[in-house]
Ligand binder design. Structure first.
Ligand code: AOF
Ligand code: ZN
Length: 338
């Protein structure tokens, strides 16, 4: 395979094979290349199992001595459930290691690269860095801040409505967009909805597109509503948000997905707990003063009170448009501009 970027892209693809299955570990992929050919590939399947580098070494059909390794994340350097990947790479005689993103886990951060260099391995970093980092924002925030990464997902009409005045909301977006939500949901260790949404929609909020999905998110209602499988919690102020998020993190939840309604969305944004907003916009205009708006909460006084977004991105899913961005001042924004 030609080119470091192409090898790293393949490693990213491998890492994503385990999408949503690795928590509380990151998704990691690794490709081994010798004489211009891929001789080994691997990815981290789930926490407690082999790391990507070891998987790739084990898959080799020929001697890996002198091969180059492309890893999406800095190889680990100490023993956890698994032995250090730095040692495995050194023992296998790997001569070059290209790393996509550094591992901010304080147990490894930077040390992995240092150990490889000291062993005489040529180390380079930063190939497809952004893509490698974005693969693991939930892990990065959790391991450094002991809080889950928070994503706010909403589906709305072009005029910013999420339901009629009577609460009819099925469906605003089409099948493809809802399929993308299933994909996003797989990363969520927990899902949160408002009490009104719980009462009116009675949603399941499960991952359904894979039979017997092993990592179903824990489900919570902000406020009080009876819904089987959901836990009611009180999120009255910033302190209660903070203890909720701390509790989730201690239960190894790497990502919280907030799925509406508008009142909860507004309050979560105003409590400054959201890191990333993912909005699906349907080509529909609902109109109506009583139709429910996509965000509620308190009324800001000035336009300068608006939250800004960084990296505003768009992608079509069928006829619907997904617009996403990182909330300025949130964890992801700060991390990206560090
Ligand atoms: C790697 N390659 O594929 C992964 C890494 O408890 P352990 O031994 O599984 O270690 C988990 C830590 O190792 C995790 O917190 C993260 O820092 C790193 N994950 N490192 O070299 C991998 N999954
Ligand atoms: Zn490792």
């Amino acid at each position: 395979m030609n080119g470091a970027a192409a090898c790293m892209r393949r490693a990213i693809e491998l890492a994503k094979t385990a999408w949503g299955r690795t928590a509380p570990n990151p998704m990691v992929g690794c490709v081994l290349v010798k004489n211009g050919r891929i001789i080994g590939e691997g990815y981290h399947h789930r926490a407690g199992e082999f790391h990507a580098e070891v998987e790739a070494l084990r898959s080799c059909k020929c001697d890996p001595v002198g091969a180059a390794a492309f890893v999406t994340l800095e190889p680990c350097s100490s023993t956890g459930h698994q032995g250090p990947c730095t040692e495995a790479l050194i023992a296998a005689g790997i001569s070059r290691v290209t790393v996509g993103s550094l591992d901010p886990n304080p147990a490894h951060a930077g040390r992995g690269l240092e150990i490889l260099r000291q062993a005489g391995i040529q180390v380079s970093t930063g190939v497809c860095r952004e893509a490698c980092e974005e693969l693991n924002y939930p892990f990065f925030k959790w391991i450094t801040r002991h809080r889950p990464y928070v994503v706010l997902k909403m589906a709305m009409t072009l005029d910013g409505r999420i339901a009629t005045s009577s609460g009819d909301s099925k469906w605003i977006t089409g099948e493809e967009a809802r399929g993308d939500v299933q994909h996003l949901r797989k990363l969520a260790g927990a899902i949160l909805i408002g009490s009104e949404t719980a009462r009116i929609d009675r949603p399941q909020l499960t991952v359904r597109d894979v039979p017997d999905w092993p990592c179903q998110p824990k489900r919570f209602i902000a406020g009080h509503a009876e819904l089987p499988g959901f836990t009611s919690i009180d999120l009255a102020d910033e302190a209660s948000w903070n203890s909720f998020l701390a509790e989730l993190a201690s239960e190894e939840c790497l990502m919280l997905l907030i799925e509406g309604g508008g009142e909860l969305a507004g309050r979560a944004l105003q409590a400054h707990v959201v890191d990333e907003a993912v909005f699906y916009v349907a080509p529909k205009l609902l109109t109506g003063r009583g139709s429910r708006p996509v965000t509620g909460g308190k009324d800001p006084e000035k336009l300068t009170d608006a939250l800004d977004l960084d990296e505003f991105r768009t992608k079509y899913f069928g006829g619907d448009l997904r617009i996403s961005g990182y909330i300025k001042g949130g964890w992801a924004d700060v991390y990206r501009h560090r």
